[in-house]
Design a protein around this ligand. Structure first.
Ligand code: KE4
Length: 429
C-alpha cells in the first residue's frame, strides 16, 4: 500500500462512507486499504504511487476493449465538444439502441438509463405492470444492483459483507421476493405460482464469483415461466457483449422476455438499458402506464462511448482472442495449482472468471461461500505485490480485455505460479 493511496484513503473516509463510492471497492473483502488509481491504459492500471498492475477488474466489466482505446477516446472527445447533455432526443441514442437491438433479437425496443440498477429496477416494474402480479423470484447470490426488491440474499457486496438483505428495505417489499439456490430447477418449481410476475436471473452468475448455468437450467426457467405465465428477465448487465457480442442468451440459446444491460454498452461511461418485445415496451411511458424517466438517460457522451465500443467489438476477432487467452490462463493456473498442491476451482465463461479457493465444484452460492476467504485474501495481496490487480473479493468475477496480450497472460501465469507456491507453503504444509 503506497503512501499516497494511504493518505488519500484517510482523507476519503472523512467524506465518503468507507472512503468509497461503491462498497466492494473498499477492500473489506480482503483486508487492507484500497489503491487510489491515477490512470489506466490498455491492460494496465497505475496507482497514485506510480505503481503499475495488470488489471483484471476492468471497472467490473465495462472495459472489454482495455483502457483508453483510441477510437473510444476520440469519439468521447468529439461528442464532448458538441455538448454534454441536452435533455432532448439525439440521433446518437437511437443509433446505439439500433445497434443493441440488432445484436439482441429478443428485443424489439429498449430504453436507455444510467446504470445497471436502473435497468433492473425498470425491468421489474415492467414485468409487474405487464402481468399485474407482484412476486419476483431471484437466486441466492444473484446481484442485480441495489434495487429494494432485489436486495434479498444478494450477491456481490451483499454477500462479501455478509449483509445479503439490506437495512432500510421494508419487509412489505422483501416479502414479495423469493430467493432460491442458483442452478436448482426443482427449487424454482417448488416456489412458482401464478402470483409470480418474473424470474430474474444472471444467465451466467458473476456476483457470487463466476458460476455458469448448469446444463438445461436456463431452458428450464424458460419453460417454467411459460407454464405459469411469468416473465423471464435475463440480467445481462455483466454478460451482455461480454460473453459474446449477442450475450449469454445467444450463447445458451434461450430467449428471455426482458433483457437488462449495462457496463460494456457504455464503454466505461454511466449507462444501462432494458429491452423487450414491442408489446411489452409499449407499456412504458409515454406510450403506456408504466412510468420510468431519467435526466441523463441516453446521455450523448455515454452514448458516444458505447457506440464506439460496440463498433469495435462488432464483427471483430476480439471474442475469439479473448476465449483463446482466457483459456490459456485457465490452463496455466490450473496446472500451477496442481503443481503446488493448492486446491482451487476455476470457473470461467469467455473472459469472465473466478479462482475459488475450494476443493469442490462451485455451482451456486452455497458452494461458492465455502471457499477459503483467508486464503483468497492472502492470494489477492500477494498478487497485488506481484503487480496484478484482482477483484478485492472471492465472490466477484474477474475480467480480461482485448488489450490483455499474450505476454500479459504468460506473465500472469508466472506470477500466479509464484504466489501459489507461497500459498502452498503457508497453508498446505
Ligand atoms: P450498476 O448499478 O452497478 O451499474 O449495475 C448493477 C448490476 C446489475 N446486474 C448485474 C449482473 C451486475 O453485475 C451489476 C453490478 N455489478 C457489480 C460487480 N459485481 C458492480 C460493482 C460495484 O457494485 O461497485
Amino acid at each position: 500500500m503506497g503512501k499516497q493511496s494511504e493518505a488519500f484513503f484517510q482523507r476519503a473516509q472523512e467524506v465518503l462512507p468507507g472512503g468509497v463510492n461503491s462498497p466492494v471497492r473498499a477492500f473489506r473483502g480482503v483486508g487492507g486499504s484500497p489503491l487510489f488509481i491515477e490512470m489506466a491504459q490498455g491492460s494496465r492500471i497505475f496507482d497514485v504511487d506510480n505503481l503499475q498492475y495488470i488489471d483484471c477488474v476492468g471497472s467490473w466489466g465495462p472495459m472489454i476493449l482495455g483502457h483508453g482505446h483510441r477510437y473510444v477516446v476520440e469519439a468521447v472527445k468529439k461528442a464532448a465538444t458538441r455538448g454534454f447533455s441536452f435533455g432532448a432526443p439525439t440521433i446518437g441514442e437511437v443509433e446505439l439502441a439500433e445497434m443493441i437491438i440488432a445484436a439482441f433479437p429478443s428485443m424489439e425496443m429498449l430504453r436507455l438509463v444510467n446504470s445497471g440498477t436502473e435497468a433492473t429496477m425498470s425491468a421489474l416494474r415492467l414485468a409487474r405492470a405487464a402481468t399485474g402480479r407482484s412476486v419476483v423470484v431471484k437466486f441466492d447470490g444473484g446481484y442485480h444492483g441495489h434495487v429494494d426488491s432485489l436486495l434479498v440474499k444478494a450477491g456481490s457486496g451483499g454477500a462479501t459483507f455478509n449483509v445479503p438483505d439490506s437495512a432500510g428495505v421494508p419487509k412489505e417489499v422483501t416479502e414479495l421476493t423469493i430467493s432460491i439456490p442458483y442452478n436448482d430447477l426443482e427449487a424454482v418449481g417448488a416456489v412458482m405460482s401464478k402470483d409470480v410476475a418474473a424470474i430474474i436471473v444472471e444467465p451466467v452468475a458473476g456476483n457470487m464469483g463466476c458460476v455458469p448455468p448448469a446444463e438445461g437450467f436456463l431452458q428450464g426457467l424458460r419453460e417454467i415461466c411459460d407454464k405459469f405465465g411469468a416473465l423471464l428477465i435475463f440480467d445481462e448487465v455483466m454478460t451482455g457483449f461480454r460473453v459474446s457480442y449477442n450475450g449469454a442468451q445467444s450463447l445458451y440459446g434461450v430467449r428471455p422476455d426482458i433483457t437488462t444491460l449495462g457496463k460494456v454498452i457504455g464503454g466505461g461511461m454511466p449507462i444501462g438499458a432494458y429491452g423487450a418485445p414491442r408489446e411489452l415496451m409499449q407499456l412504458v411511458s409515454p406510450l403506456g402506464p408504466m412510468y420510468q424517466a431519467g435526466t441523463l438517460s441516453g446521455n450523448p457522451i455515454a452514448v458516444a462511448a458505447g457506440r464506439a465500443t460496440l463498433s469495435v467489438l462488432k464483427n471483430s476477432s476480439i471474442y475469439n482472442d479473448l476465449e483463446e487467452r482466457s483459456s490459456e490462463f485457465e490452463t496455466g493456473v490450473t496446472s500451477a495449482a496442481e503443481k503446488h498442491n493448492v486446491p482451487i476451482v476455476v470457473n470461467r465463461v469467455g473472459s469472465m472468471w473466478t479462482i475459488f479457493f475450494t476443493d469442490a465444484p462451485v455451482t451456486d452460492f452455497e458452494s461458492a461461500d465455502k471457499s477459503n476467504r483467508e486464503k483468497f485474501a492472502r492470494f489477492f495481496h500477494l498478487m497485488l505485490a506481484e503487480g496484478v490487480y484482482l477483484p478485492p473479493s472471492q465472490l466477484e468475477a474477474a475480467f480480461f480485455s482485448a488489450a490483455h496480450a499474450k505476454k500479459d497472460i504468460l506473465q500472469l501465469i508466472e506470477r500466479v505460479d509464484r504466489v501459489l507456491k507461497k500459498i502452498a507453503w503457508e497453508f498446505e504444509k
